[in-house]
Design a protein around this ligand. Structure first.
Ligand code: WTA
Length: 655
């Protein structure tokens, strides 16, 4: 691949019609950083406000007067922006296009009028059940239109939703429900992905037996597969039954711009997942504007983001951004390789998808299946491709470009985080030449910087940690229930800046290359897993004395989970071969404790772990062993017992 181009210029015909061309990007970017308040004040006009904001930006990252406020005297309702205001012009336009897991089942089209009706009915039902502004509602649903309906119904009445991904276990549901004290849960009988059933209602039942969850008064159950479920009256209610007969109009709550819209739990380097809180005004301005600019959105586009609504990508770029823009968004219940690995491309042809947004891990997995499953489809409708969630290796980028896009669709590699609400670093397809593997340049208003270990800002071509020097409207406002943790996590490491947790290189052209997490977060197939979470799941097993978990490079997933486990005395397997049953048991244990997303790929028995004399586990060394780079262990002389390292290297798995 050495002769492959390093630069892919903006296609001239794309640039000619693009919303934003090179000159516009440069002048708008300059304006946005020179005077953020007037820039974002202008952009706010894209929303319908009940009261237009006059105070645009009030931000300080300094610890002594820390605050982040955008549009603080504005009032609006997110569901009105996604629904009511579309009705005049787009009432009969498809808002959500639902493609079920089983291709033999019919697809569904939900128009803006129908979506409005369904959201209002559920919102009325929720009010009848006693839900009020500020109450927390947990949503644990498959990728079906009801997931979007549920989010928007919460937004309509000012309830704060917390969507929990369907791949999380009862334990993880319970943790999240108890952290935000949910009053009500919306779930379904079962989910189905790749032909396999997921017992959602049964998982909720199990979660609600756990401590800390007795704030939940009601569970609404969507009948989806028709599978048998236990209904515990009066707590459990069929969704259809409570929604039936509700009025089709529902007065929206007036929300202050800084009132919470949702909480979304995400993993950090320490402790339990934190509840990232996003507010209403700034978030809606930011996701709608980025969605329009980054995807070069047109009225007739059919836009498909393959993420799950359980992650931030689904929140911002399936539900809130696209619907606020009056777009047609496809929701796909299934997986890329079911019934076969041509499914994505078949769905693109079937629904004439024009904008396609997916994750590098999916691209790599499909690339492995060869070109034939792609080539057997037309994909002529496509005009732009996007990626998100993890760094994309240039080889996968080129395959996406050459094979999926037939070399005619620009690619936007979008870097952002749950915390950032929306996309921060990305090419704009009509303005910025692409380099495979680089997220390229900052979006309007975004001021990235690279710092060294001491926090010194580096100029020019440089490598270090990625920080952001100023705020943008979509930034998270707090960790739910723990504002100090918010400040400590993001604003203390490099004072005066927001620390992303990512490493990054900037090249001589000012392009940004994200190199991956520099903290103890593992990015597995674009899903964030905290090493501390997996460790605490492992040590909660009665036979485990100690565990250390690190990420290692994985061909398809980007990173895999590598666990080192020390058993309690008497449980030591004599050799690796002897410990297989127990190994399986521990892997199953982690799946049960956290969910299938956190399944360890490797579990190595560790008679001892490398520790400093003060007892701190040296993960740097464990990472190198997991990477199979024993020659790069570096200085091990500060270890309490250097011999444990030799034993671990000798018994490394998969050699
Ligand atoms: C990583 C997902 C490289 C990064 C929207 C970040 C990326 C973490 C990219 C956030 C990208 C996301 N290139 N790395 N285009 N996009 N990441 O919160 O490490 O699930 O910090 O948000 O994913 O993951 P999260």
């Amino acid at each position: 691949m050495t002769d492959a181009p390093a630069l892919y210029p903006v296609p001239p015909d794309f640039a000619a019609k693009a919303r934003i061309d090179r000159k516009q990007y440069e002048s708008l970017y300059q304006a946005s950083v020179d005077d953020p308040a007037s820039f974002w004040g202008g952009i706010a006009g894209r929303l319908d406000w009940m009261r237009a904001p006059t105070k645009i930006k009030d931000v300080s990252y300094r610890l002594e007067d820390f605050r982040i406020r955008w549009y603080e005297d504005g009032e609006l309702n997110a569901s009105v922006n996604c629904l009511d205001r579309q009705l005049d012009k787009r009432g009969d336009k498809t808002a959500l296009l639902f493609e079920p897991d089983d291709p033999a089942q019919p697809a569904q089209k939900v128009t803006y009028r129908e979506l409005h009706r369904r959201v209002c009915k559920l919102a009325n039902a929720l009010r009848n059940l006693g839900v009020r502004k500020g109450d927390r509602i947990t949503i644990y649903l498959p990728m079906i239109p009801e997931a979007a309906v549920a989010m928007l119904a919460c937004a309509r009445i000012g309830a704060i939703h917390s969507v929990v991904f369907g791949g999380f276990s009862p334990n993880s549901i319970a943790d999240r429900v108890s952290d935000c004290q949910s009053k009500l849960i919306i779930t379904a009988d079962e989910g189905v992905r790749g032909g396999k059933k997921i017992p959602l209602k049964a998982n909720v039942d199990a979660a609600l037996k756990m401590p800390g969850t007795n704030t939940v008064e009601t569970v609404l159950v969507v009948r989806h597969t028709g599978g048998a479920v236990d209904m515990q009256m009066p707590r459990d209610r069929w969704y259809d039954a409570v929604v039936d007969g509700q009025p089709e109009e529902c007065a929206p709550e007036r929300m202050n711009a800084e009132d919470p819209l949702f909480i979304l739990y995400t993993s950090g380097s320490t402790g339990k997942p934190k509840g990232v809180l996003h507010t209403t005004g700034g978030y809606m301005v930011y996701v709608s504007y980025t969605h329009e600019c980054v995807f070069d959105l047109r009225e007739e586009d059919v836009y498909w983001c393959t993420a799950d609504v359980g992650w931030v990508t689904g929140h911002s770029y399936i539900v809130y951004g696209p619907l606020a823009n009056g777009a047609t968004a496809l929701m796909f219940e299934g997986v890329p390789n079911y019934p076969d690995s041509s499914r994505f491309w078949q769905v693109i042809d079937k629904h004439q998808v024009t904008l396609f947004y997916t994750a590098p891990t999916a691209i790599r997995a499909l690339m492995r299946e060869g070109d034939a499953p792609v080539k057997s489809t037309s994909r002529k409708s496509l005009r732009l491709l996007g990626t998100v969630g993890e760094p994309i290796n240039p080889e996968a980028w080129r395959w996406y470009n050459d094979v999926v896009g037939d070399g005619r669709c620009p690619i936007v590699d979008t870097w952002w985080q749950t915390e950032t609400g929306g996309i921060l670093i990305t090419p704009l397809a009509g303005a910025i030449d692409a380099k495979p593997g680089s997220a390229t340049k900052p979006f309007f208003g975004i001021r990235p910087a690279i710092v060294d270990a001491n926090g010194k800002i580096l100029d020019g071509a440089a490598e270090g940690n990625l920080v952001l020097l100023d705020s943008w409207p979509g930034q998270m406002r707090t960790v739910y229930g723990d504002h100090q943790r918010f400040i400590d996590t993001y604003f203390k490491t490099y004072p005066g800046t927001y620390f992303t947790g990512d490493g990054c290189r900037r090249d001589e052209d000012g392009y940004y290359w994200i190199t991956g997490r520099v903290d103890d977060v593992i990015n597995v197939s674009g899903h964030r897993i905290g090493t501390a979470e997996v460790e605490s799941a492992l040590v909660s097993h009665p036979k485990v004395a100690e565990a250390a978990v690190v990420g290692y490079p994985h061909d398809i997933k980007g990173q895999g989970i590598y666990a080192y486990v020390t058993l309690i005395a008497g449980e030591q397997p004599t050799s690796d071969e002897g410990g297989d049953e127990l190994r399986k048991e521990l892997v199953a244990w982690v799946r049960k404790e956290i969910g299938p997303v956190a399944t360890p790929d490797h579990l190595q028995w560790a008679p001892g772990l490398p520790k400093t004399r003060s007892g701190k586990i040296m993960r740097r060394i464990l990472r190198k062993i997991a990477e199979n780079a024993p020659d790069q262990l570096g200085d091990t002389s500060t270890l309490a017992d250097p011999s444990v390292v030799d034993a671990l290297v000798k018994n490394r798995l998969g050699k």
